[in-house]
Design a protein around this ligand. Structure first.
Ligand SMILES: NC(=O)C1=CN([C@@H]2O[C@H](COP(=O)(O)OP(=O)(O)OC[C@H]3O[C@@H](n4cnc5c(N)ncnc54)[C@H](OP(=O)(O)O)[C@@H]3O)[C@@H](O)[C@H]2O)C=CC1
Ligand SMILES: O=C1O[C@H](COP(=O)(O)O)[C@@H](O)[C@H](O)[C@H]1O
Length: 606
């Protein structure tokens, strides 16, 4: 029988510095996830065992027939260890002994990751975290040894947790696979996954309860080197209690301990600094993973690829060619169910200060020295620090009011029982921001975010300047804005990148129209796009910080918004009311017009 000894890169490619590999504090490696065999360059060697080796920038890995994984830092070009491994396996020696004899890392299978979802009974845990963990498991991206533990005050048995989690799990479908093969092992995978999930009930401020959790985790870790990830999916007022107890009583003794912190990271510069200071009493900065799930969205992650790996965009990426940039977020539902949280924050803190500002920073940053997390985050901080803090006149705020349509009455924001009747909290805001650096001087970056609008979407719109001395000007009429190129990056839903160009309508005459060069993801790629939480959880497990917010980034972000937020609250600025399901307050148009901008999502041909 021929042996397939195949070489491949991971699906990120071997030359990409942040190709996925683990790097743990204790130096053990444990690789997770292999590229599909279809992309392997296959070489046939005369032997009876099957090996696949996978290479990335840090290490080489061999997947053996029995599923065991071996890793080595030896370059792929040097095949000696692989030959030795193969010879050993052919002689009938066990995988473990062969690995050791051939010089592969001895312990990579001896470490384990325990993921504790703190606040496991809550909305985010059910909706996003457990499904993302299952998706990672289903895709073969979790390490061989892992345990998932739900932690919350609610009383629940392991079986009850599994039952709760099972209701939210779905299997990923690859359109290339053919029914019925595509879901063949789905139930089996779900069961295997659920068997690795456990529950521990406890208070968030009880070291004793966390110490009991520690004992439970140890039982599952079975004496291996243990790496521990805590996901704080709880309200912010209990972050510090939970971090304190986890770090004092349940952190790893011999591996790494990391904590994912959910937003909000404070509500202004002062409270954010206080939160960071308190977190740093118990954790080092490199243990803190501040999550902004928009950074995990496929098209946001693609921004750097688009800019820095295509020749055609970067030369245009400046004030010389770009007239304005628009960052637009809208939801077609209100704060239903989250009014209590929302009223203390409002849309500016909920969406603009984090999600939209993070996109802006990635969009506008200079080319980083490398793709390493620190290099990227350094560039983002520079952009944020080059921006002028927002002032009241740069902003329009709105709040949705009740609206009846088709016999259905949609509630006002203040109809929510958890919201004070006289609340002035904005559920909509539009803002004009400027970056005072050589690249972007004078270019308006307009943001718009709102709840209870007519549609759900998130997009980046880049409107280019008019073509100087355009020979075809007379074909466009008086409205030259309509004829300028616009690049649209539709983050969600129905991901796409399209460029609006002027084009000749086929025929004998000379009529121009606006057409799209369209990269529509659903048509181009058969695989479902992973949820942002999957990418971010995997990054946190692998110690990749690129998509998490560093504390100086956070400070810079708050510095931009804090003076405005204070002024809005101190002056009790009354929001412009807009009907539920509408396009938002008209003031947003006046704001844009002040900078000679028209919102791209409102124009007739979007
Ligand atoms: N839900 C979402 O869509 C999003 C949420 N977030 C953030 O994620 C975190 C979790 O969100 P979410 O799941 O919605 O939160 P929940 O309000 O559902 O709270 C999560 C769990 O925390 C416990 N809890 C709730 N309130 C208190 C309290 N006052 N004191 C002690 N424990 C409490 C409850 O568990 P038990 O009673 O069993 O202990 C609850 O199940 C928050 O920081 C939120 O801001 C961020 C983005 C989106
Ligand atoms: O962080 C938040 O994001 C959600 C929107 O996330 P999406 O991935 O569904 O676009 C928003 O509804 C919520 O208010 C906010 O806290």
């Amino acid at each position: 029988m021929a042996t397939v000894f195949s070489s491949s890169t991971t699906h990120y490619g071997s030359s990409v510095p942040y190709s996925r590999s683990s790097s743990s504090l204790n130096g053990h490696h444990q690789r997770i996830g292999f590229s599909s065999s279809s992309s392997f360059q296959e070489r046939v060697l005369p032997a009876k065992v099957s090996l696949q080796y996978v290479r990335n920038s840090h290490q080489n890995m061999v997947l053996m027939q029995d599923g065991a994984v071996a890793t080595t830092a030896t370059p792929v070009g040097n095949e000696t260890p692989f030959k030795k491994l193969k010879e050993g396996l052919l002689s009938g020696t066990s995988s473990e002994e062969c690995k050791n004899a051939a010089g592969f890392d001895a312990n990579e299978n001896e470490s384990t990751v325990s993921i504790t979802v703190v606040g496991a009974s809550g909305d985010l845990a059910k909706k996003k975290i457990f499904p993302a963990l299952f998706a990672l498991y289903y895709e073969g991206c979790l390490p061989e040894h892992f345990t998932i533990c739900g932690y919350a005050r609610s009383k629940m048995t392991d079986a009850e947790l599994r039952n709760m989690v099972s209701r939210t799990l779905t299997c990923r479908i690859d359109k290339r696979q053919v029914w019925p093969f595509l879901l063949l092992n789905c139930d089996e995978k779900m069961e295997q996954f659920l068997n690795r999930c456990f529950y521990h009930s406890g208070q968030y401020d009880s070291e004793k309860n966390f110490s009991d959790l520690d004992k439970k985790l140890k039982q599952h870790e079975g004496g291996r080197v243990c790496n521990r990830l805590f996901y704080l999916s709880i309200p912010p007022n209990i972050f510090i209690d939970a971090v304190k107890c986890a770090s004092m009583s349940a952190s790893s003794g011999n591996g790494w301990t990391r904590v994912i912190v959910e937003k909000p990271f404070g509500r202004d510069s002062e409270s954010s600094a206080a939160l960071t200071k308190s977190l740093k009493q118990y954790l080092a900065e490199d243990q803190i993973f501040r999550i902004d799930h928009y950074l995990g969205k496929e098209l946001v992650e693609n921004l750097s690829v688009l800019r820095f790996s295509n020749l055609i965009f970067e030369p245009l990426w400046s004030r010389q060619y770009i007239r304005n940039v628009q960052l637009i977020f809208s939801e077609d539902f209100g704060t239903e169910g989250r009014g209590g949280y929302f009223d203390n924050y409002g849309i500016i803190r909920d969406i603009m200060q984090n999600h939209l500002l993070q996109i802006l920073a990635l969009f506008a940053m200079e080319t980083p020295v490398s793709l390493d997390a620190e290099d990227i985050r350094n560039e983002k901080v520079k952009v944020l620090r080059s921006m002028r803090p927002l002032q009241l006149e740069d902003v329009v705020v709105g709040q949705y009011k009740s609206h009846t349509k088709g016999g259905v009455t949609y509630p006002a924001y203040t109809d929510d029982k958890t919201v004070p009747k006289d609340s002035l909290t904005p559920t909509f805001a539009a803002a004009a921001l400027f970056i005072n650096n050589a690249r972007w001087d004078g270019v308006p970056f307009l943001m718009k975010a709102g709840k209870a609008l007519h549609t759900k979407s998130a997009e980046i719109r880049v409107q280019f300047r008019h073509v100087p001395g355009n020979l075809y000007n007379r074909n466009f009429g008086t409205d030259l804005d309509r004829a300028t190129n616009e690049l649209v990056i539709r983050v969600q839903p129905d991901e796409a990148i399209y460029l609006k160009i002027n084009n000749k309508v086929p025929g004998l005459g000379m009529r121009l129209d606006r057409s799209n060069l369209n990269l529509h993801y659903a048509a181009r790629y058969s695989k479902e796009i992973p949820d942002a939480y999957e990418r971010l959880l995997l990054d946190a497990i692998e110690g990749e910080r690129r998509l998490f917010i560093r504390s100086d980034e956070l400070d810079a972000a708050w510095s931009l918004f804090t003076p405005l937020l204070k002024e809005l609250e101190e002056k009790k600025i009354i929001p412009e009311y807009y009907p539920y399901g509408s396009r938002g307050p008209v003031g947003a148009h006046y704001l844009a017009a002040r900078y000679k901008v028209r919102w791209g999502d409102i124009s007739l041909e979007q």
